[in-house]
Design a protein around this ligand. Structure first.
Ligand SMILES: [Zn+2]
Length: 272
């Protein structure tokens, strides 16, 4: 297994934490500068001048093979246009929105399995829908490192809520990431994960448990999302109700697609 120390010898991974802390961003969005020359930048981060300055300093005089974007949420990608302009580098992302088309520099439109060469070897794009449809994880093949954006966080769990979030897709993505057997995960928020397989398995178990709880709430007579939320997340801070209800809805949509739950006009029932 490759340790982070060995990886530091193989090629650097520099971490820049943006000054945008919050309940969803933890201590702030993380931008990674990977490899020597040419290097890669993974997730530009928010459009904060101080953050982009720090990324530029970390890159130094090296060429940048690509600025890679895991997904288009502003805390990861709002700084993309300015950063690619500053670095003179192409942007690599999965095409989803007009944001990408609006950028001038040469761009790399990623598909699943696309590879980018840089001084550290090869970075492979892994389509990872779930948190958002166009989410990509980046697998640094030579080091066994996985850059997971918002698919897996350094602490807590990821936000999966419709309309962008899709729980069925997310569960498939987690299974796929497990098969990659990464030796370290660099998340979009929070510290690196040195036991990725354990953490990915915990993520899968956590969602299965929530699904059981949603089905149990339905079986106990809860019909509306707020009722289900109250049973699945008892004594939850009121400020988090909306987020929890988004997660409940994501589970309901997955169960409905599997024919295990039926719902109309916001009232759901189990078919089991
Ligand atoms: Zn996100």
């Amino acid at each position: 297994m490759t340790t982070r120390e060995e990886m530091a010898e193989a090629g650097r991974v520099l971490t820049l934490v943006a000054d945008n802390p919050g309940p969803l961003t933890l201590d702030g969005s993380r931008t990674y500068v990977v490899g020597e020359d040419p290097c890669l930048v993974i997730d530009p981060g928010p459009a904060l001048g101080s953050h982009l300055d720090a990324v530029e300093v970390a890159v130094g005089a090296a060429d940048v093979a690509a600025v890679c974007v895991t997904h288009w949420h502003p805390d990861h990608a709002a700084g993309a246009a300015e950063l690619v302009a500053r670095l003179g580098a192409p942007l690599a992302a999965m095409r989803q929105s007009t944001e990408l088309a609006a950028l001038d520099p040469p761009e790399i439109s990623l598909a699943d399995g696309a590879e980018i060469d840089f001084a550290g070897g090869r970075l492979c794009a892994i389509a990872a829908p779930g948190h958002s449809p166009e989410h990509v994880c980046f697998h640094w093949l030579d080091a066994g490192a996985l850059f997971t954006g918002d698919t897996i966080l350094g602490e807590g769990t990821s936000m999966i809520a419709p309309p962008e979030g899709n729980m069925a897709a997310y569960m498939n993505t987690l299974e796929r990431l497990l098969e990659l057997e990464p030796s370290v995960i660099y998340p979009g928020h929070g510290p690196p994960i040195d036991e990725p397989l354990r953490v990915i398995e915990e993520y899968i178990a956590h969602r299965r448990e929530r699904e059981h709880q949603v089905l149990a709430a339905l079986a106990a007579g809860a019909q509306h999302i707020a009722e289900i939320r109250a049973r699945v997340y008892p004594q939850l801070d009121q400020r988090l109700h909306r987020a929890a209800e988004g997660s409940v809805l994501a589970h309901l949509e997955k169960l409905a697609a599997e024919g295990r739950v039926a719902g109309a006009q916001g009232a759901y029932r189990t078919l089991e």
